[in-house]
Structure formats: C-alpha cells, structure tokens
Ligand binder design. Structure first.
Ligand SMILES: NC(=O)c1ccc[n+]([C@@H]2O[C@H](COP(=O)([O-])OP(=O)(O)OC[C@H]3O[C@@H](n4cnc5c(N)ncnc54)[C@H](O)[C@@H]3O)[C@@H](O)[C@H]2O)c1
Length: 373
C-alpha cells in the first residue's frame, strides 16, 4: 500500500518533492503545508490536495500520515528544518528532510538521536549520488575493481563569473558568511563518504568565505579541503560557488583511484568511466604501456545532463526503504549520513578559522545494528 505523504515548505524544492511523491506509485501525496498561505494554496490547487498553514494542523487532519517530507530551508538553507522535523518525529512519522540537515550542529545531532530513539526513518535528500553513473561506480567498488582505495578527488562548482552571483540575487546569504559552505558542502562530502567511507581528518583553506567587497558581487566561497579517510585513502575536495566556471568534468566530477583501477563520474548524472590498472584482467600489460600511459577506459554515457533527475530517484529510494521496512541502519542517505556531512563541514570551518590546522571531525553516533539484517 502506498505511503501517505505530507510535504512541509512549499518553495520550489517542496513543489519538486511533491511532484515526485505524486508521480511515485509507492506514495500517495495527501497534503501540503507552508506557514505562508500563498505557496501552500498554490501548491494545493496545482496538486489537488488540501493546504495547511501549520504542521500541527496537517498532523491533526491526517493522523494516518506515514511520512512528513520537510523542505523548509531557512538561514544557510537549513535553520527551518529542526522544528518541523522534531514535531513530525514526535508524532511518530517517518521524515525525509532536505539538506543540509541543519545549519546548527547541535540541532542536527539532536534530530538524529531523536529519530533513533523513536525508531523512525529519518532520511535526508542527499540526492547527488542517486544516479546511474554512481550506481556503476558503487558496483565497481563492490566488485573489487578499484581495489585498495588510494585517492578521491572531487571538484564541484556552480558555473559563474562576475555576472552570475550578484548580491541582490541571493539576499538570504546576507550576514551569513558561511552560507555556501553550510548550504552546499553536504553534497560533495556525501559523495566522497558514499564511496570512500568516514573521514577522520580535515584541513581547509577558504579563500573567500564572505561577501566580495568589490563590484557589489556576492562572493559565496571557494573551498580547498584536504581529507584523510578512515580506510587510509587520501582525498581532496575543491568546491566553489559562482565565481568561476568549472571546466573539465562539468559542474561536478569525482575520481576514485585504487590498486586495481579508477573510476570517474563526470557532470554528476552524465558519464561514468572506468580505467583498469595496468596488468589487471583485460587491461594492457604494464610493459606494453609508455610511461604515464593508462589502458583505455570503459566509458558509459547516460545521455542525461539534467541534474533534476536525481530528485525522483532519491525520493523513490527513500519510499522503497520505508515500504520494505529495511533495518534502520541500512536506510539510504540517512539522517546519520547527513550528520556526517555537517560534522565535516563544521570541521572544515574550524580548520579555516584556525589558519588551516588539522581538525578531527566529531565522532558519529554508534550504529545500532538490527540483528535481522
Ligand atoms: N537537494 C538538492 O539538490 C537541493 C537543491 C536546492 C535546494 N535544496 C534545499 O531545499 C530546501 C528548500 O529550498 P527552497 O529554495 O525551496 O526554499 P524556500 O525558502 O524557497 O522555501 C521554503 C518554504 O518553507 C516555508 N516554511 C519555513 N518554515 C516552515 C514551517 N515551519 N512550516 C511550514 N512551512 C515553512 C517557507 O515559508 C517557504 O515557503 C533547502 O533546505 C535547500 O537547501 C536542495
């Protein structure tokens, strides 16, 4: 039976989530909610469901809701998540929340702990790795085609330049110098962790973590982050918003190399390549290659360039996990996964503020494994 879903926060992303639920056979969109009447009413009319102006009222009117999907945003795109998430969990509803899980690390820890205590599914929309290329890459990792991981290089940036990110285009970032850092690093950190596991050490340089003074342009930030993973792999993340345009690999790319081979994902949804290490099965022998040459890669082009295809895929995965009653610790892109990305973000900010010192992100809450898994 389809899960009954209510969406809270009917901005552009809430509407997008609502569309995904409406189109997904595992969901029945039952209601929408916004503290502002117009976005709530507009979405309700468009989607043919009732509008509510408080979550309280929505929960009262629909006690049989299974899932509350929180797409509220706020300062640094995360400050309005805590209240509705905690309220929905208190009402024994499963919750899907947008990223970042919060802009406040204490609130994020509390949400994750509360969901665990209530034994509910708290998922986060870390949607960037719900793609065909990421599926192929994860399969390569599981099949041992990467071997012992050696490096993880991630480049991510919104195309920009002088014209794109004017101050007036982003008034919500005023007075929040870490706006981009907190609003966005959840994505690249989630991808790096998805493939390479927990990060134990972080060192960050941020060339412009505030507003640019000249030309009245909004300077959102440029982040150069060096990491060590628990598995011994070394990683590097370059992330920037709008001040320049990314060239190779499209708006984001990731490359993970190991003793057996290397994979690259280019342009998020578009392309997957696998480079077998010289000498591995099917690859050229090292002696047949010139110095620095690699065997030819296997390339898979999806033909897809639209990143918005990640939303229905990710939301479907959440609905599937809840429907199937997977053990809580196996929920894909969980609240705990989202907390990890926020711990790394706060560690990066601390490193930057201390002049680039090495910071160990706080430990994550222990996983309580379900013995049935
Ligand atoms: N995963 C992605 O790829 C992706 C992409 C863009 C944005 N986002 C995230 O989506 C979220 C929403 O972004 P947006 O641009 O749609 O935001 P928005 O500010 O345009 O919309 C948020 C809406 O929530 C409403 N709201 C706030 N608090 C509420 C509450 N307690 N109860 C009911 N309604 C409430 C506001 O009135 C507003 O209409 C952000 O967290 C952002 O980081 C994710």
């Amino acid at each position: 039976m389809a899960l009954k879903v209510g969406v809270v926060g009917m901005g552009s992303i809430g509407n997008r989530h609502a569309d995904c639920h409406a189109a997904d056979e595992l969901a029945e969109l039952v209601a929408v909610c916004d503290v502002l009447e117009k976005p709530a009413d507009d979405a309700a009319e468009r989607l043919g469901v009732p509008a509510y102006y408080s979550l309280d009222d929505m929960l009262d009117a629909h006690p049989d809701l299974d899932v509350v999907d929180v797409t509220t945003g706020g300062n640094e795109n995360g400050s309005w998540h805590y209240e509705p998430v905690m309220e929905a969990l208190s009402a024994d509803k499963h919750v899907l929340v947008e990223k970042p899980i919060s802009n406040d690390i204490e609130e994020a820890r509390e949400m994750v702990a509360f969901a665990a205590a209530k034994d509910l599914y708290l998922g986060c929309n870390l949607n960037h790795y719900f793609t065909e290329p990421a599926e192929k890459a994860m399969q390569a990792v599981k099949d041992g085609k990467i071997g012992e991981q050696v490096f993880c290089l991630h480049r991510m940036g919104f195309p920009g330049g002088d014209i794109t990110y004017k101050r007036q285009n982003a008034p919500r970032s005023e007075a929040f110098p870490y706006f981009h850092v907190k609003a966005f690093l959840a994505h690249p950190f989630s991808i790096m962790r998805y493939f390479c596991g927990d990060i134990t050490h972080i060192q960050a340089f941020m060339s412009k973590p505030s507003f640019r003074k000249a030309s009245n342009d909004l300077m959102v930030s440029v982040n150069s982050i060096h990491v060590q993973f628990a598995n011994g792999c070394i990683g590097y993340l370059f992330s920037q918003r709008g001040d320049a345009t990314m060239g190779l690999g499209g708006w984001w790319s990731v490359e993970v190399g190991g003793t057996k081979g290397t994979f690259c994902i280019e342009n998020c949804v578009e392309k997957y390549s696998y480079f077998p290490a010289p000498g591995t099965e099917g690859a050229a022998k090292p002696e047949k290659l010139g110095v620095g040459a690699a065997p030819p890669p296997e390339v898979y082009n999806t033909g897809e360039t639209d990143f918005s295809s990640t939303f229905p895929r990710r939301i479907h995965a959440y609905l599937e996990d809840v429907t199937n009653g997977v053990p809580k610790h196996l929920l894909r892109s969980s609240g705990r996964d989202a907390l990890a990305t926020l711990e790394y973000t706060f560690a990066a900010i601390e490193s930057f503020e201390e002049g680039g010192v090495l910071v160990r992100p706080a430990s994550l809450p222990p996983i309580k494994r379900d013995p049935r898994a």
